[in-house]
Ligand binder design. Structure first.
Ligand SMILES: [Cu+2]
Length: 170
């Protein structure tokens, strides 16, 4: 008799502990806002030349040329024939080369482009020399860079303006 009276309360205690309160909250069924069909984004052609990593490095000495670098991807064969950068009166495409143990650079009229072969304008190779800045650009600014192809197509990008010798900084 004593035994039973001990066991029964324990059994109840165990039951009470294991049975949690039934969750009264109903599953959240937040209706997605209806009646607002998402605008399909304007179809961006997968093709077409594109600029990336455009930067303009200001000269260490005021009055000296600035330099522009970028990468140009193209899905067509052709030529890059000119580059222009806002706030500079004149731009020239140059190519740096090692000649006789010295780095020299010479103007280039056109750079061939081809699908799957990005053209890299970077230190030590192709670059754009920029002359006669109007004086309004500072590091941290952006300016418009436009590349023109022999087809007449123009490709635009925002170029990041960097401090002299600051192309390794973020
Ligand atoms: Cu140059």
């Amino acid at each position: 008799m004593r035994r039973k009276s001990l066991i029964v309360p324990l059994a109840f205690a165990a039951l009470a502990a294991c049975s949690g309160k039934p969750d009264a909250s109903t599953p959240a069924t937040e209706a997605a806002p209806s009646g607002a069909p998402s605008e399909a984004p304007a179809a961006v052609p997968a093709s077409g030349p594109a600029l990336s990593d455009a930067t303009v490095q200001l000269p260490a000495v005021p009055g000296r040329p600035a330099v522009a670098y970028f990468t140009l991807n193209s899905d067509v064969n052709g030529k890059l024939v000119s580059v222009a950068v806002a706030h500079f009166a004149r731009a020239e495409m140059h190519e740096s080369k090692m000649e006789g143990g010295a780095m020299t650079m010479s103007p280039v009229d056109a750079v061939p482009i081809a699908p799957g072969k990005p053209i890299s304008f970077a230190p030590g190779g192709y670059h754009v020399m920029l002359f006669d800045m109007d004086g309004s650009l500072k590091p941290g600014d952006t300016t418009d860079l436009t590349a023109t192809l022999d087809s007449g197509a123009k490709v635009n990008a925002k170029a990041k303006v960097t401090a002299p010798g600051g192309d390794m900084k973020m």
